[in-house]
Design a protein around this ligand. Sequence first.
Ligand code: BES
Ligand code: ZN
Length: 617
Amino acid sequence: MKKITLVLGCLILLNSSCSKKQNNAIPNYIEEPHSFSQPNDAAITHLDLDINVDFDNEIIQGKASYLIKNNEASQIILDTKFITIDKVQADGKDTTFTLGDFDTQLGSPLKIDINQNTKRITVFYKTTHKTEALQWLKPRQTTDKIHPFLFTQGQAILTRTWIPIQDSPQIRITYNAKVQVPSQLMAVMSAENPKTKTPDGLYTFKMAQPISPYLIALAVGDIEYKAVSNRTGIYAEKSMVDKAHYEFSDMENMVASAEALYGTYAWEQFDVIVLPPSFPFGGMENPRLTFATPTVIAGDKSLTSLIAHELAHSWSGNLVTNASWDDFWLNEGFTVYFEMRIMEALYGKDRANMLARIGRQDLEEEIEGFKDTPDDTKLKLNLKGRNPDDGMNSIAYDKGYLFLRTLEETVGREKFDTFLKSYFQKHAFSTIHTEKFVAFLNDNLLEKHGITFNTDEWIYTAGIPDNQSIILSDKFETVEKTVQQFVKTNTVDKTLTKDWTTQEWVHFVRNFPDDIKTEHLAMIDDAFNLTNSNNSYIAMVWYEQAINYDYHGNNIDTKIEDFLIKVGRRWYVSTIYKAFKRNDKVETALAIYKKARSNYHSVTANTIDDMLGYKQD
Ligand code: BES
Ligand code: ZN
């Protein structure tokens, strides 16, 4: 009876609180375990950021002002972690707020009192030395060693450590920013960027397309710009600009071939900034400005699939965004698939299949590593109560890729491409979770063409289904035969390797036969000087094997130590530390780690702390 009265009441009092639940202007956000925000009540829609970057004190100070979509709420909740809140205003007037209990993963909810008409909130704040997104680099930690450097890393839940924000990937905001930096330095963001320094170190930015908070990014340093085409180019420190410009000369071709595959590039400009070597990732797809590690500057353009990968995120991730970190595979699996298609379009099937085979081996090793926790090998995860980083491994990337490749081979490329294009179009500038994807797949591909496919098995069960696509590479078969021959004959025939690409070398090093001995490693090293390889990828896999096989020739131990001190790319350093651990050499690992740790960004340091059981003194 009560219910009926309520419904009738709603019909009569359309402007009352009953209309609250029917407000179509506010999208329906799903429950999400890694944000305190309650966007169904009040959601941020636009950010005006006004900050000062203080290198002397290593803090950022200023204000974050938001336009909000207010669903007649009395409170709006932002995420914060390790930042100090000085003052909060609602529509320009001071308002009351509380900081909720601190959670080690999520930080503290900032609960701001508003009224049902509040349109704008402003938070005055400063970062602290615990702030996890920022890495402040001393001049010696940069490439040119003259000026300091700062960069941010937002994904997955670190933006809240440098900006108070509703830090869920479901949120989408446009932003303007005013950033004051020392006048010798330039600031760039995931936004429209300057191409030269300003005289006073004041920079203004605009991101006109709505993006998720994890994609807000800032870098400050003594950097220069060099265009590759009228919409692509490189930012880097002076001594790196030309090298990077050469290495990434195919950027424009990559954008063109990506557009030919899955539709117009939505962000106008595609630039890459090459950061100092401590950058914890290979790349990070910050919109309009990918952040990249210098370890991909190999001198021969052999590691540029990283650029294809970050570019692909301009569709899968930045345009169509995973709704929660449990759906991370929707970002990364699609991106790896798209990356392979760009690489195939530009450089042919051989190259793409070598890359795919390397990923297939990574996947095998990851699944083996998860043998005691098979649930971690599902595509759709349940990371509630865990750090979203726990789900950021080869499963999302390589199992996600294998699923999509298998699907493509089942339905045929033409149908699959039409489907993917419409997937990006229909969900542009919105978020998607796994169940919504499955429904879209059924409606627009499988049922439409009367095709049956074991989608649920791929997504919701552990391991790899039997119908997986088999990735073949003639080139890699030759590599495997070659290494076997070297071992069997105890000699090295250099004519067999002279045309090898980086990918063939990586496969060679990672696929030694069971009967290989330390003497063979020495023979191979003497012939090919792998210990001193300038190619970071080849060096990394060689160091891993040196540890596995207890090989100490050619001063390799010092080289490994130097590498781990200089490079902070998490995937590289964790592979090497993991090898020490697996081979009962944790003491050696810890001795090196103590020297290296202060050079690492928090995401790398946290991973290695956990792996080695390291506790700071
Ligand atoms: N978005 C990721 C990096 C990332 C993942 C940051 C999870 C924080 C949490 C980026 O696109 C990526 O996948 N980078 C890879 C590149 C590779 C797969 C080509 C990396 O860093 O190695
Ligand atoms: Zn990625």
